[in-house]
Design a binder for this molecule. Structure first.
Ligand code: NAP
Length: 248
């Protein structure tokens, strides 16, 4: 039977590239989307034509009930879990910290941080060898913003990714003995629609001259790093934070 990978935020960007590559690598894929049902369904149709086994589920990762339903649907369809990619993440309109409202901070932290914690908790319940699972792998999406801080743009988002780094290091140590490896990928500036959420769709063009490789990255370049960390090729790698940032 195929190995099963659950990827959050698989409808677009880095998540969709990871879904595509996982199908190519013969994983059965359960992925979540938030608002773009048509995009998610089109991806499922496209990849099923290539023989892919897929399930797309609507979920708001800031809501614990949605996370429980996502994992239950994955259980029901595939009956096992081998890997989790905590990919879904949001940022909001660029602004200095002095202008940020509490509701915004709650949205960012509950989606990016608490959502990732709760998904990891559900994955551990299913993958831990102590609890009858086969072991597995978790990959969290951090960002170079965690070490640069994103001043005047989205320090809240950067701080949420700093939390993801600490979460990765701590959780890796907690679950190493129950057969689960936990790692993070830290993308730099990647060509996706996330920059439009910050009010700057052409952010990659503006910033690219400051990147040592003089270009933005592509979602597929991040997906390859994610799936390497999930794979047995990375069998002794845990607690690592892998930069995929063109040297930035
Ligand atoms: P993206 O293109 O904006 O896609 C975001 C994905 O997350 C979509 O699938 C979206 O679903 C889903 N999503 C949004 N809000 C959600 C919510 N409340 N609950 C559940 N899912 C939600 O993002 P991306 O650029 O591919 O980024 C993917 C990850 O990489 C994020 O964690 C991001 O922080 C990180 N990252 C990105 C960059 C970059 O430059 N792009 C750099 C560093 C780190 P819908 O399509 O249904 O809306």
């Amino acid at each position: 039977m195929s190995k099963v990978i659950l990827i959050t935020g698989g409808s677009r960007g880095i998540g969709a590239a990871t879904v595509r590559l996982a199908v190519q690598q013969a994983y059965a894929v359960c992925f979540s989307y938030h608002s773009q049902q048509h995009t998610a369904e089109a991806l499922v149709q496209e990849l099923r034509k290539q023989g892919g086994e897929l399930l797309a589920i609507q979920a708001d990762l800031s809501q614990e009930d949605d996370i429980l339903k996502l994992f239950a649907a994955c259980d029901q369809t595939f009956g096992r879990l081998d890997a989790l990619v905590n990919n879904a993440g949001i940022l909001e309109q660029q602004m200095p910290v002095q202008a940020m409202e509490a509701a915004r901070l709650q949205r960012i932290l509950s989606t990016n941080v608490i959502g990732s914690f709760l998904c990891a908790r559900e994955a551990i319940k299913r993958m831990s060898t102590e609890l009858g699972g086969r072991g597995g792998a978790i990959v969290n999406l951090s960002s170079v913003a965690a070490r640069l801080g994103a001043p005047f743009e989205y320090v809240d988002y950067a701080a949420s990714k700093g939390a993801i780094d600490s979460f990765t290091v701590g959780l890796a140590k907690e679950v190493a003995q129950v057969g689960i490896r936990v790692n993070a990928v830290r993308p730099g500036i990647i060509h996706t629609e996330i920059h439009a959420s910050g009010g700057e769709p052409n952010r990659v063009e503006r910033v690219k001259a400051s990147i040592p490789m003089q270009r933005g990255g592509y979602p597929e370049e991040v997906a390859r790093a994610i799936l390497w960390l999930v794979s047995e090729q990375a069998s002794y790698t845990s607690g690592a934070i892998l930069e995929v940032a063109g040297g930035r």
